[in-house]
Design a protein. Structure first.
Length: 348
């Protein structure tokens, strides 16, 4: 159904239907002034049509139903009313108009100021309470009021920054004097320089002796002629000069393991050991390992040079450079039936 409602703000009439009223509980927005109002509260009753068609009112006298359309508001009316109330509460109050008495007093003060334009004192605020004027001094029959001029304000002075303190010099005259005094003292005592030089030489000799002691084995190997001197020196100090022990220069040239005839428990080990170094070395230790057919260890034993060397070779006490030594040993293997063996040379 269609109704006619009138905007309370601009008095413009519009046509509304039930769907528009049900969209926002009757709230609509004017298409001309954008005012929001409830349409049912401002319905306009339809006027009765006249009996005769000839008595129809002129077009100028018809109801002002505007062509603008009503719109359903796209906001929350309650929230808008709350925001308008808060805005009205926070708005500053308008200044009240001054009363009639104050306006008359201001006009009188303005008239007096225009009459006394030659006065040097400021007019001031006409709404302030009048201050008591000081009594003028009397000179005979003539009175004169003197006014004291206010002192002029001094201009602001620029801020003065203090100069940074100078840094103390690195070297002062006192330091130079002390250095000169120390230099003269050193010149006046020549024996002190001799003592310091002697101590330096002794320190160097001690350092050299320490290096010789630590590397005596290598020195004796590289320079064989120095071994007798090193041995005598070590004899006085209670030490000895050992032979080098470079196992990488000692290799097995040939070896064989065989059973001794008529002695089933005895096996004979034969090997040739060679020193490939250019200097004499100490004889190494020998480790013999007997294995079965599955390469599993059956017996392992370590022999010293005294046990595997001949008496003459052991008495010599050294393994000469580029020389070979023949080794032959018989071992009691018991009931172990060895099928393989290995030789391992090492230094303890």
């Amino acid at each position: 159904m269609t109704y006619t409602t009138q905007c309370p703000n601009c008095q413009t009439r519009f046509k509304v239907n039930d769907s528009q009223l049900a969209a926002a509980n009757g709230l609509v927005r004017c298409g001309r002034c954008s005012h929001v109002f409830r349409a049912p509260d401002h319905f306009v009753a339809a006027q009765a049509a006249p009996a005769a068609m000839s008595a129809a009112p002129a077009p100028a006298e018809r109801d002002p139903i505007d062509d603008f359309e009503l719109e359903v508001p796209d906001f929350d009316p309650q929230a808008q009313q709350a925001e308008e109330a808060v805005a009205e509460a926070e708005a500053p109050a308008e200044p009240e108009a001054p009363p009639q008495q104050e306006l008359e007093a201001f006009q009188r003060a303005l008239a007096e100021a225009m009459q006394n334009r030659h006065a040097t004192a400021p007019i001031g605020n006409p709404f302030d309470e009048p201050a008591a004027a000081p009594e003028p001094e009397v000179f005979g029959s003539r009175r004169r009021a003197e006014t004291t001029p206010e002192p002029a304000a001094e201009p602001p002075r620029p801020a003065v920054r203090p100069l940074p303190e100078p840094e103390p010099p690195l070297f002062t005259d006192a330091d130079a004097e002390q250095e000169d005094e120390a230099r003269r003292h050193r010149r006046s005592a020549p024996w002190l320089n001799g003592v310091l030089a002697a101590l330096g030489v002794l320190g160097l000799l001690f350092l050299a002796a320490q290096l010789v002691y630590i590397n005596r084995t290598r020195i004796a190997a590289e320079v064989p002629e120095s071994r007798p001197a090193l041995e005598r020196l070590c004899q006085s100090l209670g030490c000895e000069v050992p032979w080098p022990t470079d196992i990488s220069r000692i290799r097995t040239e040939w070896s064989e393991l065989a059973f001794v005839p008529d002695y089933p428990n005895l096996i004979q080990l034969s090997a040739t050991l060679k020193n490939h170094a250019q200097y004499a070395q100490a004889y190494p230790m020998l480790e013999v390992t007997l294995k079965d057919s599955d390469d599993q260890v059956l017996i392992r034993k370590v022999f010293t040079p005294k046990e595997y060397l001949k008496p003459d070779d052991f008495k010599l006490g050294r393994f000469n450079p580029n020389s070979e030594s023949r080794i032959t040993m018989r071992l009691d293997a018991g009931k172990v039936h060895a099928m393989g063996y290995s030789l391992y040379w090492f230094y303890p």
